[in-house]
Design a protein around this ligand. Structure first.
Ligand code: APR
Ligand code: PHB
Length: 389
């Protein structure tokens, strides 16, 4: 087999890259080790920045997003006694959209299977090879157990945090930057109409809570818990009681409903540099992880592949190496900005158990509520900074 761009991983990063290249007349093959059902069922975050919506729409993936996505014009920051609204259009002229990553993935797969480039599920033993030379290849075993070789001009490692590409790019010269946080999120999906018009980020002495949603009848809620916490110890009643305590505000009531999914998510920041070695390019979770507090993971993956697609078009159509040569630095500028913002939101909102920290957090929250420049800084980062910083 031969293609121009061999893409490892069919998450949002790999699928969108394949789509963007296809629209520019560049061939690719996407190799995914899981099944289609598995990939389409994974529940992940749900906030799309303006540039993500624009990119998906321009790529012909905007139909269901425009119909079912919910445009949000702000968020609430809550701390005891106060629920303060940040109005994004007023602060920075942009909005965000609630549309689950699961839905984005389904739309991308549907487009790919409808006349798009090949997408192979359930492959195994995927290995990028000879990435330092001009003709790299990917060896893998297909779903029928047959060993295959995919010859490529370029390989994209969009295989998420656990994929094989990052180790190859790291080689001897790479570097990893990491922070693990001493808390986790317990997340639920509930058949309950959202009791709020905008997402609520709540600081509370007992821990952070986030009120999000997926549709007019499905709420997505999170509680800060200890990373060692076992999901079996959290009955539905205990979850609702904790949510009611942490979101409590006079004159407001939490609506409950049937919990259809619950899980505990770890929180970490992770950056792997550089994002390129020879003809192998990393994008998305393969190169970086952010804690979910700033809702940046998916948006960062989309920003990476937008830059990468432009660079590969220039390389493969015009034989110019300038954009591939600067890809890693340009992508990392945005990665570090989002890494900072996600760390900042996480640090401001989670209870560390230290009362000095708590006073600093409350002081920062009050500052954002009182100062337009402070609020604008948050709004600009939350709704998404320009692609190329
Ligand atoms: N071979 C082939 N595919 C692989 C391999 C492998 N060895 N290892 C992992 N994969 C696949 C995974 O099964 C997954 O489908 O690579 C894909 C990576 O997708 P994601 O983990 O979704 O990562 P990415 O596409 O970068 O999406 C960015 O945004 O909200 C965040 O973390 C969230 O997934 C999200 C991310
Ligand atoms: C979500 O809806 O899953 C969500 C929203 C905002 C975040 C994180 C997760 O900051």
């Amino acid at each position: 087999m031969r293609t121009q761009v061999g893409i490892i991983g069919a998450g949002p990063a790999g699928l969108l890259l394949s789509r963007l290249l296809h629209l520019q007349g560049i061939d690719s093959v996407v190799l995914e080790n899981r099944s289609r059902d598995y990939v389409e069922a994974r529940i992940r975050a749900g906030i799309l920045e303006q540039h993500t919506v624009d990119t998906l729409t321009a790529a012909g993936l905007g139909d269901r997003l425009q119909r079912e996505g919910l445009e949000h014009r702000g968020i609430y920051l809550q701390y005891p006694g106060t629920r303060h609204k940040l109005d994004f259009p007023e602060l920075c002229g942009r909005t965000v959209w609630v549309y689950g990553q699961t839905e984005v993935t389904k739309d991308l797969i549907a487009a790919q299977l409808d006349g798009g480039p090949p997408l192979l599920f359930e492959v195994s033993d995927v290995r990028p090879e000879d990435v330092d030379g001009d003709s790299p290849r990917i060896r893998f075993t297909d779903a029928d157990g047959v060993e295959q070789v995919l010859e490529c001009d370029v390989i994209a490692g969009t295989d998420g945090f656990h994929g094989p590409s990052r180790a190859v790019v790291q080689g001897a010269a790479g570097r990893v930057w990491e922070r693990t946080y001493p808390y986790a999120w317990l997340g639920i999906l509930a058949d309950a109409a959202p009791a709020t018009d905008e997402l609520i980020y709540a600081w509370h002495p007992e821990g952070f809570a986030l009120y999000s949603m997926r549709s007019p009848s499905v709420s997505r809620l999170y509680l800060q818990v200890d990373p060692a916490e076992k999901i079996e110890d959290w009955s539905d009643d205990r979850i609702w009681e904790n949510l009611a305590t942490r979101f409590a505000l006079e004159g407001w009531e939490l609506t409950t409903g049937t919990i259809t999914e619950k899980s505990v998510l770890p929180m970490r920041s992770f950056v792997s540099t550089p994002m390129r070695r020879g003809r192998l390019f990393l994008a998305g979770d393969a190169a970086h992880i952010v804690p979910p507090t700033g809702a940046k993971g998916l948006n960062l993956a989309v920003a990476d592949v937008t830059l990468l697609a432009q660079a590969l078009v220039r390389l493969l159509h015009e034989k110019q190496t300038d954009l591939v040569d600067t890809y890693s630095d340009r992508a990392l500028a945005r990665v570090w900005r989002c890494t900072h913002f996600s760390w900042f939101m996480t640090s401001m909102l989670h209870r560390s158990g230290d009362d000095f920290d708590a006073e600093l957090q409350l002081s920062q929250l009050r500052r954002i509520a009182a100062s337009e420049p402070a609020a604008r800084e948050l709004a600009e980062n939350y709704t998404g900074l320009p692609l190329d910083l």
